[in-house]
Design a protein around this ligand. Sequence first.
Ligand code: NDP
Length: 288
Amino acid sequence: MKVTVMGLGLMGTALAEALLRNGHETTVWNRSPAKAAPLVGKGAAQARTPAEAVAASDLVIVCLSVYANVQDVLDEAAGALAGRTVANLTNGTPRQARAMAERVAGHGADYLDGGIMAVPPMIGNPGALVLYSGSRRAFDAHRGTLEALAGARFLGGDAGLAPLYDLALLSAMYGMFGGYYHAMALVGTEKVTAEEFTPMVADWLTAMLAGLPGAARHIDGGDHATEVSSIANNAAGFPNLVDAARDQGIGTTLLEPIGELIDRAYAEGHGADALTRLVELIQNPRPE
Ligand code: NDP
């Protein structure tokens, strides 16, 4: 298959390399042309302009920093877009993806939005996943090629779905990493090393993850009754986390918003519920 990759940053380069390894006829384009040299050495063709890059292949994979760059680059290539598929793997929001889908369709091309759930070294290797949404026809036509990059999962015809899932997964990841960084800062005040403490964190988080399917049932069913750990218990205990951080002289920035949500749930009469009740509070923020 002929495939174009536009954007040869860390991720775009990994995507192009995976396509070349799988024997695809790959054309590459990058704003700074020098980044294409190693790929050309591995058999890629280098396009001089965005229009030339788009014209080279039926499938055009775009992976730039932000959507504004994608818009500029595709506008430059607008005349060449008709009849092709644009798979935009740039990280963005559902609103941006829907607008891009409309814009690309306006130029007569099919549009797939993609959320890459991997870091560059994972591309082309087991464990990497890309979430897609948008044109089902384009996904079905190019699935085999896209699978050279990572496992490919189609979420639906609304282009906004891939970024929605992507950002939700990243939200869960950042929450977990934020908690981990705070934990390291806390034990570090007593000279406990990260290397020493991290295995205990990993075991603890793994044990806690076992509770997620039960949490999902609470959230979907709207029934937050618990015999295990109530908001009242947590409202009583959580201030210890904040107080200990202050006593040890470290920041509380990551903890306070969680404490505020627990306090709000308690104040609104949800003391007997499980923490899963917080999902509804997040969905209904207090007016600023
Ligand atoms: P890099 O910063 O390494 O590369 C950015 C790319 O965007 C380069 O090709 C750069 O071109 C191009 N670019 C920036 N501004 C413009 C512009 N104004 N016009 C044209 N091209 C421009 O980022 P990554 O490759 O890491 O990330 C690319 C996308 O992939 C991002 O949306 C990122 O969120 C997503 N992603 C990245 C992951 C990662 O771990 N790296 C993981 C999952 C998703 P130039 O070389 O000329 O500067």
